[in-house]
Design a protein around this ligand. Sequence first.
Ligand code: BTN
Length: 253
Amino acid sequence: MTKNLFIGSIQINLNEVDSTNNYARQLVRDKTPIEGTLVVAKDQISGRGQRSNSWVSEPNMNLTCSYILRPVFLAAKDQFILSASVALAVFETISALLPNEDVKVKWPNDVLVNGKKIAGILIENVLRGPNLETSIIGIGINVNQVRFPTSLNPTSIKLITDSNVKTAAVLDLLSTQLERFYLQLREGKLDELLGLLNSNLFGSGIVMNLQVNDQIESVIIVGVEKTGELRLEHSNGTQTLHLHHEINWQLKL
Ligand code: BTN
């Protein structure tokens, strides 16, 4: 059980659910769950990913959970830094479990180990005026699953270490790290959080083939801006800023 101040101090354990994000959203609509309430499912049958993708996870094998946050202090224009804080929490969790591996955050908020995806994040924000009101933070971490659809290039803790890890132990680490970075966000350390994200960014400073607005190009990833846009440098030396839907990584992840 977590020793946190509030993140994960109320935990709802479900055997089966369509999506922990859906369940958390319904809780916010029907009740007034306290900030930090955590929903965890053993089996998530219609897990949702970014860009309307699905998130498929074998029952009892992985971590599939959602946290309910109320970041009312955060301006909507700074909402990417919440996403960065969550990515850093997952990054630190995986780094603690796999200290000898190359762990990176792939923009905007996937976590990769040795170039393969181990975790995904789906954040759903509700705004009120110029600020955020509620945020559902959905996190999926591949823990003990070893077989995945061949169309993907995923990995898991078990595939890397060859040993089983209790999902509850991963969850404890995750809640601790999420509280740590969320408190930094609340203290206004936005530049520090963005700096930390950029220093652990997948592909940073490396020439990569990316599909940028339908055209495959060799570009250098310069970094992520406070707005969440990705800054790229082109072969002619010019730099451009991009939103998530403008970039296709040419990687199966
Ligand atoms: C992605 O990489 O596309 C994001 C995947 C997010 C998956 C998690 S699992 C728990 C939570 N509930 C969902 O339906 N999705 C998120």
